[in-house]
Design a protein around this ligand. Structure first.
Ligand SMILES: Nc1ncnc2c1ncn2[C@@H]1O[C@H](COP(=O)(O)OP(=O)(O)OP(=O)(O)O)[C@@H](O)[C@H]1O
Ligand SMILES: [Mg+2]
Length: 571
């Protein structure tokens, strides 16, 4: 694969707008139409590398625009090198773990590529294959698929990947987890050796990272925020509750009219149906979505939720990854997930694209260990809120050890980590100002390859940068606690403007930084746009700060040990 253009090497590369990314004009015009004014950090950092042909692993928080980070350079590449599609062939393949996400990604390509003449096909199971076969007859530029049906159609000779130019795994860690890895291996075996491979996710557990790296050649790692970082604008809290009181508690929560739209997660499909029935009987506009529903029922439920007809959608983890429903004000974990990464993705269904959101997790006595595992993974502790009518003293009295709290017949957490070392520092509370959060120290190799960090607060600073993905005007700014004020004072004077604060917090020498100054009319536009329904234009004012580093050399692939319950592989 080609190397980076010289202007990228070792320098901070900042964009003030999409035009600076040198994208084809039909793409720019589609972005303008969509109301995007500035690239988010993952877009600003990833797109130039992708345009230069590099393989890439992109890690950025939920809801920060990873889809466009891969879709725009793919459209740009295919648009520049127009080639006749051959019957049955695809030029770019994007794989996603669920049909709904595949469909959403295809819709994003349709929107960003609306002014281009590129052909697309969307391939997933649960529906008749006729239209998919027809779409492939003449070959396509863009193919978005779930692995099962793709392999079916490849087996039938309907689809060939021999001439593929770009291969993308969205939600890469899920795609490389046990539920999908066998299918992914089969797909990869059919890809040409010379191709561009892109992996994107908000999480990348260590066990999967080495396998991921082995799929890439001379890759760049763009990590806008440390893996599994939750978005600061999600206010996270836990309600300790007896298992038998969870439904009453949920009904109580839904009484609150600030809960405009809630996505409620249960552990099982059966549990999702039961809960939806109970809420429906209580007069809530609700539906359920999970893998046992027909594709029609799944689509009807998601569409009803998207268009606001349903106030509540009860879902299994099938809806945890990637789905972008702007109206979701609350995510409620009716059951805590036993896989910490699922928590990150579930709560990431709210507070997207610069909006605020709330995540409430119900935790019974058997789930205290799951909570502990989650807190270790996200590196902050979720505030326990006892101000509700069903607070469980029994759950509070339990020591929070990793893994499930042993009770009769309960499944064990497959990803449980060893208990904390005695005396280890407790993580700080989630959703506090980022400067007070504990963040992991970069590994030695990363230190070498990343731009120098600025002093002892540097990791927190990186987090601060990462949280500035969308305009400050639309962000919920928690009131700083006294110690947070102190921490911030080290970063910037109290009267500094947002831009100056950003400048002060940047980890790179100022000489190499370009700080976009808001244009007068842009400021005006933003002021009008603070509400949750604000179009994307107003939501978006990226403070692009870049931390791109070459990946460590690939290690031998290793299957994730006892990974969490995989999503059913999608046909
Ligand atoms: N540059 C931009 N300007 C304004 N809005 C944007 C921009 N890029 C993306 N968005 C919007 O942000 C929202 C989230 O984008 P996207 O779904 O790509 O996030 P993601 O990072 O893939 O999240 P997840 O990890 O949950 O999959 C979408 O509604 C999208 O339209
Ligand atoms: Mg996504």
């Amino acid at each position: 694969m080609a190397g980076d253009p010289p202007f990228l090497k070792g320098y901070l590369f900042l964009m003030t707008d999409f035009a600076a990314l040198n994208l084809l004009s039909p793409i720019l015009s589609a972005l303008h139409h969509a109301g995007y004014t500035q690239p988010t950090p993952i877009q600003a950092q990833a797109i130039p590398h992708l345009q230069s042909g590099r393989d890439l692993l992109g890690i950025a928080q939920t809801g920060t625009g990873k889809t466009a980070a891969f879709a725009l350079p793919i459209l740009d590449r295919l648009g520049r090198r127009q080639a006749r599609s051959r019957p049955g062939h695809a030029r770019a393949l994007i794989l996603a773990p669920t049909r709904e996400l595949a469909s959403q990604i295809d819709a994003s390509f349709a929107a960003y590529g609306a002014r281009m003449q590129l052909s697309r096909a969307l391939v997933f199971g649960g529906v008749n294959q006729h239209s998919q076969v027809r779409a492939m007859v003449r070959g396509v530029d863009l193919l978005v698929a779930t692995p099962g049906r793709l392999l079916d159609l490849m087996g039938q000779g309907v689809i060939s990947l021999e001439r593929l130019e770009v291969f993308v795994l969205d939600e890469a860690d899920r795609m490389l987890d046990m539920g999908f890895i066998h299918d992914i291996h089969k797909v990869i075996a059919k890809l040409p050796p010379t191709r561009q491979t892109l992996l994107f996710s908000a999480t990348m557990p260590k066990e999967i990272a080495s396998l991921a790296e082995s799929l890439l050649q001379n890759p760049v790692r763009v990590e806008v925020a440390p893996t599994s970082t939750t978005v600061d604008r999600v206010e996270q809290k836990v309600y300790l509750v007896e298992k038998g009181h969870k439904i009453l508690l949920l009904k109580d929560v839904l009484q609150n009219q600030t809960v405009r739209q809630a996505l409620v997660f249960t552990r099982t499909k059966h549990g999702a149906d039961r809960l939806a029935d109970t809420l429906g009987a209580a007069g809530v506009e609700v539906s359920a979505i999970h893998g046992n529903k027909s594709q029609n029922a799944r689509e009807a439920a998601l569409n009803g939720f998207r268009n606001g007809r349903l106030r509540v959608l009860v879902a299994t983890d099938i809806a945890a990854r990637g789905l972008d429903v702007p109206g979701v004000s609350h995510v409620i974990n009716f059951d805590l997930p036993n896989e910490p990464e699922s928590y990150v993705h579930r709560i990431g269904r709210t507070a997207r694209a610069g909006r605020d959101g709330m995540a409430i997790s119900f935790c019974d006595t058997s789930e205290r260990g799951f909570l502990r595992d989650i807190e270790r993974t996200i590196r902050c502790s979720v505030r326990i809120d006892a101000e509700h009518p069903y607070h469980s003293g029994a759950a509070e009295a339990l020591p929070a050890k990793s893994g499930p709290t042993p009770t009769k017949g309960k499944a064990k957490s497959k990803t449980a980590k060893p208990p904390a070392t005695v005396g280890a520092a407790e993580p700080v509370t989630c959703s506090l100002p980022t400067a007070t959060r504990r963040t992991p120290q970069p590994k030695p190799q990363e230190v070498q390859t990343k731009p120098p960090l600025a002093g002892p607060d540097a990791p927190a600073t990186r987090r601060q940068q990462a949280s500035s993905s969308f305009p400050a005007a639309t962000r919920h700014t928690p009131q700083p606690k006294p110690q947070a004020v102190q921490a911030k004072a080290r970063l910037a004077a109290p009267d500094a403007s947002a831009v100056r604060r950003q400048q002060a917090s940047s980890s790179l020498p100022t000489a190499t930084r370009h700080i976009p100054q808001p244009k007068p009319q842009a400021v005006q536009t933003k002021a009008r746009l603070a509400g949750p329904d604000a179009p994307a234009t107003r939501r978006q004012q990226a403070s692009p700060t870049l931390l791109a580093a070459p990946l460590r050399p690939a290690r031998l692939p290793r299957q994730r040990k006892g990974g969490a319950k995989p999503l059913t592989a999608q046909k």
